[in-house]
Design a protein around this ligand. Structure first.
Ligand code: SF4
Length: 214
């Protein structure tokens, strides 16, 4: 099997697999170098019958430790925003464009693990897992949470500031009827004094997503 320098998860993705088999196989993925420093693979979670897939960037510190997506502060905020926008958070499938936590250790901050955005190469390497997940869920809508999730779907030219809050045609090969982009919920947590305003923007975009479901 090719090593992580190949930057491609394809050889690790079993064909025709059910979700449990995919999750198990993803735990051993070495499709790019990110598996080396992370604690574990954080695969998607949720209902296969979900009409909505919520797509984030990558696991954060707590997700990496717990092995579950969106279990940290950003995930809690996202659940609240979804509920306010009339999207039942328990009736979604949540996952990330990249399944391993990418970080750098900052000595001056007590060796805290500080999130680093994945590169386009890492996004592309991990894409076969997302394709396999979407093939099983076949959602009506993918909500791309943040610029990196948007780039994972549409490529490097995607600008979330321009595309957010409208119903987009899915890119070629994406097994979903439509895409709505918005900010990542962690942007609300970082917004300081503007937090209420940024949160309201997230909810407004999610209402567009809810409306697209009909
Ligand atoms: Fe595999 Fe994705 Fe992890 Fe890279 S980030 S090792 S491609 S699961």
């Amino acid at each position: 099997m090719p090593g992580p320098e190949a930057y491609d998860a394809t050889p690790f993705v079993p064909e025709g697999a059910r979700i449990g088999e995919l999750r198990e196989a993803a735990a051993g993925c070495e499709g790019c170098p990110l598996f080396r420093d992370a604690t574990q693979t954080v695969f998607g979670r949720g209902r296969l019958s979900a009409r909505v897939v919520l797509l984030g960037e990558q696991p954060g510190d707590q997700e990496d430790r717990q092995g579950e997506p969106f279990v940290g502060p950003a995930g809690k905020l996202l659940r609240r925003a979804c509920a306010e926008a009339s999207i039942d958070p328990d009736d979604t499938y949540v996952t990330n464009a990249v399944k391993h936590f990418k970080f750098e250790l900052q000595e001056e901050r007590g060796k805290r693990r500080i999130h680093k955005p994945p590169t386009l190469r890492e996004l592309s390497a991990c894409h076969p897992w997302l394709t396999a997940e979407l093939h099983l869920v076949k959602p009506e809508l993918v909500v791309a949470l943040g610029a990196t999730a948007g780039k994972a779907l549409y490529g490097s030219g995607f600008r979330v500031t321009q595309e957010r809050g409208s119903v987009l045609d899915p890119p070629d090969g994406l097994e979903a009827d439509a895409v709505v982009a918005t900010i990542h919920p962690s942007a609300v947590l970082r917004a300081g004094d503007n937090r209420d305003e940024v949160y309201a923007g997230l909810v407004a975009d999610l209402r567009v997503a809810a409306g697209a479901l009909g």
